[in-house]
Design a protein around this ligand. Sequence first.
Ligand SMILES: *Cc1c(COP(=O)(O)O)cnc(C)c1O
Length: 438
Amino acid sequence: MHRLLETPALAEYQSFLGRESVKRAVERELDRARVSGGEAGTDGMHAIVASVCERLDSQRRATLMRAINATGVIVHTNLGRAPLAAEALAAVADVGAGYSNLEYDLEAGERGSRYARVTGPLRELTGAQDALAVNNCAAAVLLILDTFAKGREVVVARGQLVEIGGGFRLPDVLQRGGATLVEVGTTNKVYVEDYERALSPRTALLLRTHPSNYAIAGFTHDVTGAEMARLGARAGVPVVEDLGSGAPVDLAEYGLPHERTIREALGDGISLVAFSGDKLLGGPQAGIVAGRAELVARLRNNPLLRALRVDKTAIAALAATLQLHRSPETRARIPLYRMLGATMEDLWERARRYCDAIAGLRTVEHRAVVGGGALPGSTLASLAIAVSTDDPGRVAAALRRGKPPVVARLDDGRVLLDLRTIAPEEDGEVLAALLALR
Ligand SMILES: *Cc1c(COP(=O)(O)O)cnc(C)c1O
């Protein structure tokens, strides 16, 4: 046992899995070898070390670890959504390593509010009177419904009753929030008059949702945010918009179709908007509500806020990310915007280095997607490295077993590695993973 644990391969696992779990894996493997009467001597020992490594590798893959996203889906929920900027990571390290003024007012020397730490930067980014950050966008929507719509009615267009990934279905969330859903319009068409007819003394909110992961095309009619805001103002009913991804900037600047920005939604007169921190903001998991001061104040006073509160590391990363959004130059340092902003020349240059390094690789034109429910159906020009193989499933699985794992895209019998979502700093690791395939 002792000699086995000292072998370099197993010693390495002990550094991140701990000596005890490596020891347990060795014991189990020794038991198995005894029962099956495995080989003795050095060969037997090598076989045991190899089996233990395999066992530990599969254990390791179940823990949370960095992975390389070669799928071309930029905001990939399963792969952890937005990578954080170096500045955001530094803020997490700084605040996380010690104490902080999280809920302490340094000016007055007394208790302060954690929510105040990001109010200023959020107001600056969105142009809202006031703003609040909670655990995620789903929590933000739940808090809004619980605060304003419990036991009352919420009017939503049929075409916007979305299900986004991970079991977030708007009708179910409304029910959980204690609100009664009033559906208006048809799947493809809704008019201002539909909303108007649905108004009653029980109406708490008019709710608009970003369709997120689908688009309704063809014979359609929608009510704009501005029209809904005007109706809400006339009727004295707040209009809430779940923006989902929440564009802080016009994505047309990155060659994508225009997506209504957070600022535009508020400029339309929407009373409250909700959006995610880790989608188009490119920051940590968080949900942000921004809008009219008296409404945000009511959210702040809801006791449910305590259960949805955002933690200090997320606040640190969010504040640093918001800081980077203050100018186009600093925004380009956010990984999400670096990926969106990479030119085709940059990608061709990197592709050439891959093909020069390994014979048999090809460069193919590819379409990356924003993901995260932003801009459904629209894509961004990109390049992918194609690995030719008779068995794409096996190659993709081998890449997933790498250190770090590389998650590729299977397309038409080919394994594709999209360069837009692979950070240039990761090229060396991807090349090593490709070399290891042979
Ligand atoms: C993604 C999304 C949400 C949920 O956001 P989380 O931050 O993951 O909770 C809610 N609504 C819409 C429209 C979305 O696209």
